[in-house]
Design a protein around this ligand. Structure first.
Ligand code: 5RP
Length: 222
């Protein structure tokens, strides 16, 4: 999977942005391309970042930042994804920013997903695990609950230590396998005490810009 494809998808997403817009800034290597390109485009926008990393990148790129207090509604959010289904349901969160990404996406009038074609799957769960952000105290309980349902789950680590999200929480990666009904599974996970949210984003994306060897395609949600 080429970084150049990610950059092309990011560049195309710039066409969605106009002066005066409040823009949600995603997290990950593809979203990082978008943040840099947006900074370079010198549009008069204000950004709301989905992670501390994206905040840092946006500041470096010279993008003015704002908050939900000033702007509780976002015009358009541009973010990456780990898997995209034909219905444009998503798995996100391999970068660990899923909670802020979901808050920003749900506050957005339009959500544009930028990916290279390796992220397209017939059904969610084909390749990616489901990241679940969990209050640290509840991690053993959530591990037990999800493994009783199906598959294997483990606590995410980084450099041999438990990964800590920007919100101070842990991430449980659940190897669920194929997801038949993303909407129901997303609700089921959200209902578990101790779970902050999961990386299943059902019915959130309005369109996906997909860069591949044959060019760029834009998929709109039906
Ligand atoms: C971070 C995310 C990212 O958008 C997702 O992991 C895709 O990242 P990349 O563009 O680096 O492949 O959800 O939490």
């Amino acid at each position: 999977m080429s970084d150049e494809l990610k950059r092309q998808a990011a560049l195309r997403a710039l066409a969605e942005i106009r002066d005066g817009m409040i823009v949600g800034l995603g997290t990950g290597s593809t979203a990082a391309h978008f943040i840099r390109e947006l900074g370079g485009a010198r549009l008069k926008v204000a950004g709301i970042p989905t992670s501390e990393e994206s905040r840092r990148l946006a500041e470096e790129a010279g993008i003015r930042l704002t908050t939900f207090k000033e702007h509780p509604r976002i015009d358009v959010t541009v973010d990456g994804a780990d898997e995209v289904s034909p219905e444009l349901d998503l798995i996100k969160g391999l970068g660990g920013a899923l909670v802020r990404e979901k808050i920003v996406a749900h506050a957005s009038k339009r959500v544009v997903i930028i990916v290279d074609e390796s992220k397209l799957v017939d059904r969610l769960g084909q390749k990616a695990v489901i990241p679940i952000e969990v209050i640290p105290l509840a991690v053993p309980c959530v591990l037990l609950l999800v493994q009783q349902l199906r598959g294997e789950a483990r606590v995410r680590e980084r450099d041999g230590l438990p990964f800590v999200s920007d919100n101070g929480n842990s991430i449980v990666d659940w190897n669920h396998g194929i997801i038949d009904d993303p909407t129901t599974l997303e609700k089921q996970l959200k209902a578990m005490t101790g779970v902050v949210d999961s990386g299943i984003f059902a019915n959130v994306a309005h369109c996906a810009i997909v860069a591949g060897g044959q060019g760029i395609r834009k998929l709109e949600r039906a």
